[in-house]
Design a protein around this ligand. Structure first.
Ligand code: FAD
Length: 439
């Protein structure tokens, strides 16, 4: 019987284990809880939801919702358990998290192909194929070993993420393209502020409530160049105008003026549909981030694809080390799945466990691995994390901006619902075809 090891019985590891077990592969599944806790998990159960009990939308006109439909078509083992344990939550898909974990644990414990080992694995096993699904709170010893395997610069421990907005929603009657001192191509989008606008922005920022850090995060030291924007702002009214919002060298050709302050946005994906706010890594609550971003001239109606966060998060530099099949480039025996790959969110973690399970099976059987096309949300995510051209890589969750472009007329493109329906139809047709060829 063919055999593999999985490290971590979280969301990704549990899905991957069940995928392999149902295909007749014998699994040693290592889980360090309850002997060793992560700081966020509270039980000894598998696939524990550590924070909210919501997986977001199940609607195909939402990218995360579409991802769930793709996973169902690909034969996810956890999605049916999600429906068995669903609780009412308006438009969102939410679960009774204890019941969910209990059912997943029972299913894994009762599976004759899965051998559960309640131990911390401190080293990547040698000479046997392995899926590393140890999550954002991977134990220190294993993190150190992954660092040795990949190289020091390829493992990150902290997210300091700036918000990302969709370019299509930026108001270019106010915003303009220009690089500082007009150097090179005009890559940056600039949102200019006069004194009054800056003061309004500053007041929102300085009074905004922040997210409470977890005890294990309170000791985290921020790099000076990566300070949260609210920390910089607390140093004085003008600190930002001499830092990330400095206006020098950014003369708006339409007015011939250098402004009082300028917010810059940098391209975030290859197709230039997403832009991040430079220097805006933040720990503000999401409602306040929305108010703050919408107070910036040009971003009044910005569609925020992801909010800024600052929290402990172990993730590998996937663009340098991983293929879109989730197999490591350095050693074909080693796969990664879950949040450690640089995708973010419950649904995304389960989804990458699903793909890693399918591909580990293919690998063990000498078959060509599956790299999903970018027309699908899961394919877009795996391509995003393994795309070598990122200037700085930060984790991402499902969103429309990373999917392959689709030809459509201007009127359809402007109609968000219709546009998303077309993208969803294309994705589901593609996945259906792929799923029909899967064992
Ligand atoms: C504090 C916090 C809150 C979050 N809140 C949300 C949220 O509300 N919504 C959302 O969508 N996402 C949230 N996330 C992000 C993400 O969706 C979850 O972390 C998700 O559980 C990740 O799935 P995973 O399978 O990658 O890792 P996990 O589910 O964490 O599973 C990893 C498993 O590996 C085990 N493990 C670690 N190291 C070892 C080792 N050396 N040997 C053996 N076992 C090991 C751990 O005990 C754990 O069980 C949150 C993350 C954190 C850290």
């Amino acid at each position: 019987m063919k055999k593999a090891i999985i490290i971590g019985a979280g969301l990704a590891g549990s899905e991957a284990a069940l995928q392999l077990a149902k295909r007749g592969i014998e699994i040693d599944l290592y889980e360090m809880r309850p002997q060793k806790q992560t700081g966020a998990h509270k039980t000894d159960k598998f696939a524990e939801f550590v924070c909210s009990n919501s997986l977001g939308s199940y609607n195909t006109t939402n990218a995360s919702g579409l991802l769930k439909h793709e996973m169902e078509k690909l034969g996810s083992e956890l999605i049916p358990i999600i429906f068995e344990t669903q609780v009412p939550a308006g438009g969102a898909l939410a679960i009774d998290r204890e019941l969910f974990s209990e059912k997943v644990t029972e299913k894994i414990n009762n599976n004759k192909n899965i051998n559960v080992i309640r131990e911390e694995l401190t080293q990547i096993p040698q000479d046997i194929p392995v899926i590393i699904a140890s999550g954002p709170l991977t134990s220190e010893a294993l993190s150190n070993n992954i660092k040795i395997f990949l190289g020091e610069e390829y493992l990150h421990f902290f997210d300091a993420i700036a918000p990302i907005v969709e370019k299509e929603s930026i108001n270019f009657e106010k915003a303009f393209y220009l690089n500082r001192y007009n150097k090179g191509d005009a890559d940056y989008i600039n949102c200019p502020m006069n004194k009054e606008e800056y003061e309004k922005f500053y007041n929102i920022l300085i009074n905004a409530p922040k997210i409470e850090l977890k005890s294990f995060e309170k000791n985290a030291k921020f790099f000076e160049s990566c300070l949260p924007i609210e920390v910089l702002a607390s140093r004085g009214t003008d600190t930002l105008r001499y830092g990330p919002l400095k206006p020098v060298g950014l003369v708006d050709e339409r007015t011939g003026l250098e402004n009082y302050a300028v917010v810059q946005l940098r391209q975030d994906n290859k197709s230039a549909s997403l832009y991040n706010l430079v220097g805006f890594q933040t720990n503000l609550k999401w409602g306040s981030q929305k108010e703050l971003i919408h107070s910036i001239p040009g971003l009044e109606n910005a569609n925020i694809i992801r909010y800024g966060v600052m929290h402990r998060n172990t993730f590998i530099n996937s663009p340098k080390v991983l293929n879109p099949t989730l197999q490591s480039r350095k050693n074909s025996d080693i796969f990664f799945a879950g949040q450690i790959t640089g995708t973010e969110g419950y649904t995304e973690s389960i989804a990458s466990g699903l793909l890693a399970g399918i591909n580990m099976y293919k690998y063990l059987n000498g078959e060509k691995l599956l790299a999903l096309p970018q027309e699908t949300v899961l394919g877009a995510l795996t391509h995003y994390i393994s795309f070598e051209g990122h200037t700085s890589f930060q984790p991402i969750n499902s969103n429309w901006g990373i999917l392959a472009e689709m030809e459509m007329d201007k009127k359809t493109r402007k109609n968000k619902k219709l546009k998303n329906e077309l993208l969803a139809k294309r994705s589901l047709e593609t996945i259906k075809e792929i799923a029909s060829n899967l064992i």
